[in-house]
Design a binder for this molecule. Structure first.
Ligand SMILES: Cc1cc2nc3c(=O)[nH]c(=O)nc-3n(C[C@H](O)[C@H](O)[C@H](O)COP(=O)(O)OP(=O)(O)OC[C@H]3O[C@@H](n4cnc5c(N)ncnc54)[C@H](O)[C@@H]3O)c2cc1C
Length: 468
């Protein structure tokens, strides 16, 4: 096992994509095998933080003292069976996507340099989650270590109604609690649903319950292609009103996997790279639909033309992919938004507060109108983009004055929680959103979640400072 104690060797592990500073650690350990890590943990008493690829946006991998465990040597990837791969947690989403040409791993976080261990810890999702769901839906089995070094194999189907047994014969029973996760897309706090699998609890636990050292994932046959397009709208409302129409359309014909939104401020920024964005556009919608076989391509495209014409959407200004190059360009279009904002903000030395909230379906329109009114009234610079199909938007509040941005954020949290929504639908809580999470679950919810944490880590040493 490699152990690094020099400040300059530790420094790269004290960062992630959140720009949070102030982390510290005494050393970084880099084990070769899970047994080596287990033995190390059995003799350790300091706090332990697991480092993934550092693309997280909530400072959850940034340690508050103690030891950093980096699983960077766990980068093996093998095809285990048809449609099933076994990966080390350090394998990136990009490496997995390129590994088996005939298969697709549907969770599609925009940042493909994320490690699969990190995506399990945050239950990552992405532009295709509207149809395909989230990371949790594709995990079949993991090898898991507790912070005290105990090891277990978590298989799909092992229910929380049965005790969880470890290799040394010890057992943990799921605590008797009332808390349940909200009914919308959600990545905030532990996943709790009656009769769920143990696996589901650990996925999305923000690096605080266990360490994934080996992962088996389910893949789906790669569609022949995707029909995709970017629709531009002169009025925001026309774009928003199309969403319920798409959702209620005949699924045999109109069945998108992605419905991604760009507001006028996002388009303004994107114009620096994509010059042909129509000048009068106030909003845009990127959609994609999987095409199972080549023969289906033209039919699906035709269905979309017909559907959009019936909805009075002008197609003149819209873009439809003509081949793999365009599909890649549309994905870049989506990926470019946070990248451009981050570059711009660093240059300008401004604060960026990014929301990650979602609400139940029935509040979609109310949510869009509320965001618009609140943001216009705030007089702040902002960019709004993200997953319209899941009622899940990222609003980046850009300001010189943090307090002003914070006030607007607080106002939005109040309303989203009133609608039964979540303060994080995909990035997790980490160290940056704990205040909002506490508000979301209330004191009895926090007590219940602490009971879960206590079962696995009574001294609160794993991922200290995250979530709770
Ligand atoms: C430009 C950009 C776009 C993004 N787009 C998306 C998106 O579309 N969807 C999305 O969901 N996220 C997105 N993210 C956020 C980020 O990519 C995800 O949160 C990702 O899952 C983090 O993975 P990581 O390997 O970088 O983890 P890290 O940031 O290193 O760590 C994240 C958490 O995982 C824990 N962890 C890491 N490995 C393990 C392990 N083996 N066992 C237990 N815990 C572990 C860490 O302790 C920490 O708590 C985006 C980020 C950026 C910068």
């Amino acid at each position: 096992m490699i152990r690094k104690t020099q400040a300059e060797s530790i420094a790269p592990y004290l960062r992630d994509a959140s720009n949070f500073s102030g982390g510290n650690a005494e050393e970084v350990v880099i084990p070769e095998t899970s047994d080596e890590l287990a033995n190390f943990l059995k003799n350790e008493t300091r706090p332990v933080t697991v480092a993934g690829a550092g693309t997280g946006l909530t400072a959850s991998r940034i340690p508050a003292g103690g030891v950093i465990v980096s699983l960077e040597r766990f980068n093996r990837i093998i095809e285990e069976a048809e449609g099933r791969v076994r990966v080390g947690p350090a394998v990136t989403v990009k490496e997995l996507q390129g590994f088996l040409p005939g298969w697709l791993y549907p969770p599609n976080p925009t940042e493909t340099l994320a490690s699969l261990g990190g995506t399990l810890a945050t239950n990552a999702s992405g532009s295709r989650s509207y149809k395909y769901g989230v990371t949790r839906d594709y995990v079949e089995e993991v090898e898991l270590l507790l912070v005290d070094g105990r090891k277990t194999l978590l298989k799909r189907g092992l229910k929380i109604t049965e005790p969880l047994t470890f290799e040394d014969g010890s057992k943990i029973i799921f605590p008797d609690i009332a808390y349940q996760s909200p009914e919308c897309k959600n990545a905030a706090g532990y996943f709790v649903h009656p009769g769920m699998d143990w696996l589901d609890l650990f996925i999305g636990s923000d690096g605080t319950l266990g360490i994934f050292t080996d992962i088996a994932l389910r893949l789906i046959p790669r569609p022949h292609d995707f029909v995709s397009g970017i629709l531009f709208f002169e009025e925001e409302d026309s774009c928003w009103e199309l969403i319920p129409q798409i959702k209620s359309a005949d699924r045999k014909r109109i069945d998108p996997c992605s419905l991604e939104y760009f507001d006028h401020n996002a388009l303004k920024r994107l114009k620096s790279k994509h010059k042909n964005i129509p000048n009068r556009s106030r909003a845009a919608l990127f959609f994609e639909q999987a095409v199972p076989e080549m023969k289906d391509y033209d039919l699906i495209l035709e269905d979309w033309y017909e559907f959009l014409s019936a909805e009075n959407i002008t197609l003149d200004d819209s873009w439809f992919a003509q081949g793999p190059k365009d599909v890649q360009m549309f994905h870049d279009f989506r990926h470019d938004v946070p990248v451009i904002i981050n570059e711009e903000n660093s240059r300008a030395g401004r604060v960026k507060l990014g929301t990650d909230m979602a609400v139940p379906d029935k509040y979609f329109m109310a949510m869009m109108q509320f965001y618009r009114e609140t943001l216009v009234a705030s007089n702040l610079d902002y960019v709004m983009f993200g997953h319209l199909g899941d009622n899940h938007l990222h609003i980046n509040l850009l300001a010189e004055d943090r307090d002003r941005a914070q006030k607007v954020y607080d106002q939005m949290v109040e309303q989203v929680l009133e609608w039964g929504g979540t303060v994080s639908a995909e990035h997790g809580i980490g160290k940056l959103k704990k205040k909002y999470f506490a508000k979301m679950v209330g004191s009895s919810g926090l007590k219940d979640l602490n009971k879960i944490k206590y079962c696995f880590d009574p001294e609160n040493r794993l991922g200290t400072g995250n979530l709770l």
